[in-house]
Structures are given as structure tokens and as C-alpha cells.
Design a protein around this ligand. Structure first.
Ligand code: CP
Ligand code: NVA
Length: 314
């Protein structure tokens, strides 16, 4: 059974297959119906969401399936039931399980007990679906991903930073993380990304100087400085202000550099209004590509579900 719990659950070749499928599915948006039946896909949220909720709901419908979107998982799990039990109730009925939750261990447990694919729709540690959409967006704009330099500035210890490291290295990107002390990436994830990059021809580096990190970059990326569930907003904003993506910072990047932000954006903190709404910003394409990338991912996972998959009428 194949799951997508973190970015490196897809090999470089598989990630490229999914992204090619995403491009094809974007051109023929209603031409792919793997969940015709309709088969149900569960989409569960333990945290707020706009883009992820909208894109999975829309995408599953476009794939011929029925989205079962549950916004407050306590409706399902509020009685102290283990995740393993929910996995075994769901997998006899649905074609896939998509889950946004806090701890990575929870989604790992869901996957360990599920006979249908489990997809990480964001945890505290990773946001791998977002990186697929980001790679699709970069490829559309630049015509390639391998060999490009992507600089991420801000909270280098959050889910987006970790997913840029793993997913970017998988794509053969040169990933630079610019963050101050105390906001640097998890050392284990960083080493895992370095090992992937050594095989793909990419590279990963963690820096503290924002201007040096942005120098010549083809892609500038940032994310909120206060992720869902985090506290201490004032201290975080003070520490991260030198890493703001603004016109001066962009001046260090390549002249045709594009700017990514997974949204929601906090204008005046991690990014200025001018950059977010300016000519280098591709954030609306990026948000749309969540739809296409996730449809391709679900299609690919369904096709690679393997012999353990629950029978449709189990
Ligand atoms: N980028 C992203 O995942 O947005 P939501 O949190 O609104 O789903
Ligand atoms: N790092 C952010 C991403 C939001 C899509 C968070 O976890 O809140």
C-alpha cells in the first residue's frame, strides 16, 4: 500500500510521474474519473483550512468520487478511540483517507492500519501536497525544476520548510533555508534531504543571512511566521522580521525569479503587500495547482494501491 505522509514517500521518478499527470489533468480537467462509482474519499481536518478543503472537495468530485469532508474530527474521534480503530472503520468503505492533523505520529498510525492510501494534508512536521503544487507552479513558469535554486525564508523549523527540503531535494532543486538561530530546520530532516539531494543532483543548505540566501535564486518562498497551534507571536515576529520577503530582498534574486507563498499570507510580516500582489508573485496559480496536483496524486495512489487494497464491497 502506498501512502503520501511526507514528501520523500515519492521517489524522484514517481514525483515526476505525478507532476506530469498533474499537468495533463490540468489540460483535460474533467477527463479522469478513477473514483467513478462513486467511491468515497474521506477528507478529515483537525485544524482550519481553506485551500486544502476546497481543492480536495472539488478534486474528488472531478475524479468522479464523493468527498466525505469532516471539519471537526472530534465528531469522529471525540470518545477516546484510537486512530488505528478509525483507520479500520474507514478503509472498508472509502478509497483513500486525507487528513490534516497535528502530530506526524498520528498520520503514521493511520497509515499503518489502513488498507487504502493515506495522504498528509498538513501536519506540524510536513505539508507535502503543498510542495507538489509549488513544484507544478515553478515548472509552469520556468519550464523545469531540477537545477533551479529555491530560497525559503522565515520559520525554517515548520512544516513548509521541512517539505521544501525533502520535496525540493527529490525534484533536484538547490534548496536554501534562511532562518535565524532557534528557527533552523530539524537536523534529522535536513540530513535526510541532503542524502536525497546527493542522488538527484540538488543540494540543501541552511543559512542565517537572508540577502546571501536570496542571491541569484530562481524561486523565493515564504510562509507564515506563526503556524497553526504555535504560540508566542510577538517574539516570533521580532525574530523573523529580518527575513521578510520585500522588494529589497527580491533585488538579490534572479531578475525573473518567482515568489511562492502557500497562503494564508500575513501582509507586513513574512511578505509585503507589494510583493504578494506584484508581478513576481505566482501565489494564485500556486493555490489553483493544489487542485491539479492532488487530483494527480490521488489518481496515482489509487493506481498503485496494490493487492492489500480493501475490496469495494468489503
Ligand atoms: N496552503 C494551505 O494549505 O492553505 P489552507 O491552510 O487554507 O488549507
Ligand atoms: N505553516 C503553516 C502552513 C499553513 C498552510 C501552518 O502550519 O499553519
Amino acid at each position: 500500500m502506498r501512502h503520501f505522509l511526507r514528501d520523500d514517500d515519492l521517489s524522484p521518478g514517481e514525483q515526476s510521474e505525478v507532476l506530469q499527470l498533474a499537468a495533463a489533468m490540468k489540460k483535460d480537467r474533467f477527463g479522469y474519473r478513477p473514483f467513478e462509482g462513486p467511491r468515497t474519499v474521506a477528507v478529515l481536518f483537525d485544524k482550519p483550512s481553506a485551500r486544502t478543503r476546497i481543492s480536495f472537495h472539488t478534486g474528488i468530485g472531478e475524479l468522479g468520487g464523493l468527498p466525505l469532508v469532516v471539519d471537526n474530527v472530534s465528531v469522529l474521534m471525540g470518545r477516546g478511540e484510537p486512530t488505528a480503530d478509525l483507520a479500520r472503520v474507514l478503509d472498508r468503505q472509502v478509497a483513500a483517507i486525507v487528513w490534516r492533523t497535528s502530530r506526524q505520529e498520528l498520520i503514521d498510525e493511520m497509515a499503518a492500519h489502513s488498507r487504502v492510501p493515506v495522504v498528509n494534508a498538513l501536519t506540524d512536521a510536513f505539508h507535502p501536497c503543498q510542495i507538489l503544487a509549488d513544484l507544478q507552479t515553478v515548472h509552469e513558469r520556468m519550464g523545469r525544476t531540477a537545477g533551479l535554486t529555491l530560497t525559503y525564508l522565515g520559520d525554517g523549523a515548520n512544516n513548509m520548510a521541512h517539505s521544501y527540503l525533502l520535496g525540493g531535494a527529490t525534484a533536484g532543486l538547490h534548496v536554501r533555508i534562511a532562518a535565524p538561530a532557534g528557527y533552523q530546520p530539524d537536523a534529522v530532516v535536513f540530513e535526510q534531504a541532503a542524502a536525497i539531494a546527493a542522488r538527484t543532483g540538488g543540494s540543501v543548505v541552511a543559512l542565517s543571512d537572508p540577502a546571501a540566501a536570496a542571491e541569484g535564486a530562481h524561486v523565493i518562498a515564504t510562509d507564515t511566521w506563526v503556524s497553526m497551534g504555535q504560540e508566542g507571536k510577538e517574539a516570533r515576529v521580532a525574530a523573523l522580521m529580518p527575513y521578510q520577503v520585500n522588494d529589497e530582498l527580491l533585488g538579490h534574486a534572479a531578475p525573473d525569479a518567482v515568489v511562492l507563498h502557500c497562503l494564508p499570507a500575513y501582509r507586513g510580516n513574512e511578505i509585503t503587500e507589494e510583493v504578494l500582489e506584484g508581478p513576481r508573485s505566482v501565489v494564485w496559480d500556486q493555490a489553483e495547482n493544489r487542485l491539479h496536483a492532488q487530483k494527480a496524486l490521488l489518481h496515482w495512489l489509487a493506481a498503485h494501491a496494490g493487492p492489500d487494497r480493501a475490496p469495494e464491497t468489503a
